[in-house]
Design a protein around this ligand. Sequence first.
Ligand SMILES: NC(=O)c1ccc[n+]([C@@H]2O[C@H](COP(=O)([O-])OP(=O)(O)OC[C@H]3O[C@@H](n4cnc5c(N)ncnc54)[C@H](OP(=O)(O)O)[C@@H]3O)[C@@H](O)[C@H]2O)c1
Length: 219
Amino acid sequence: MKIALLGGTGDIAEGLVLRWSKAGHEIFIGSRSDEKAKGIASEYIEKLNDLGIESKIHGMPNADAAKAAEVVIISIPPEYAAATISQIKDSFTDQIVVTPVVSMERHEDKSFVYNPPPHGSSALEIKEALPETARLVSAYHNLPAKELSKVEEELDYDVVICGDDEEAKEVVKKLTEDMPNMRVLDAGPLKLSSMIEAITPLIVNLNVRHKHHFSIKFT
Ligand SMILES: NC(=O)c1ccc[n+]([C@@H]2O[C@H](COP(=O)([O-])OP(=O)(O)OC[C@H]3O[C@@H](n4cnc5c(N)ncnc54)[C@H](OP(=O)(O)O)[C@@H]3O)[C@@H](O)[C@H]2O)c1
């Protein structure tokens, strides 16, 4: 598939770009800077090449990346995600849009706490910024970027997703299963995203306290 990652130069995007490239997908890395996007794209092509993996990765401005793709990942910090989408709204038609965005704040005692926007969740804020034709799925909030970027390691994680478009969720399920050994669990409609997003600061606090890379596995 043709997959764009807006803010594709950042931490969570790296593992997704590498793993989906390895699975044969064509990747469009979006950025505010065309030069930065092209530089990161070359870096990832070289990294994969060293592993004997041929890839199709392109760097370009966020608007062009969104236009080029069938699936668009919003890999942008929570405070800028909806604003960035609004700026390039014309680039969206009926793409599947995936939000891993989690809004959290760090307290003085260094713990992280879920801090959703007034909409109730980052997913609902992003839905409002998108045209109605775009099909939004909430996913990947609980994946630790560092582990995800280790492209040669399989990740025995559960990825909980939600969304209102069944066909879009099926596509996200398949894309997720292209990254061995992840399993997708569909939690239901998009309105449940706050529950999935809110687990993230808990995982981050556990990882800091126990110096580990926990994610989620339901048994
Ligand atoms: N890191 C994780 O482990 C993780 C895990 C699960 C979910 N998430 C979620 O994934 C999203 C991205 O997280 P991340 O850790 O990858 O973030 P990040 O590395 O801090 O930033 C990602 C990209 O966002 C773009 N960006 C930064 N400031 C911006 C602004 N003012 N306006 C528009 N774009 C801007 C930058 O790209 P350019 O400079 O190239 O434009 C940057 O490379 C967040 O919403 C986060 O909640 C992260």
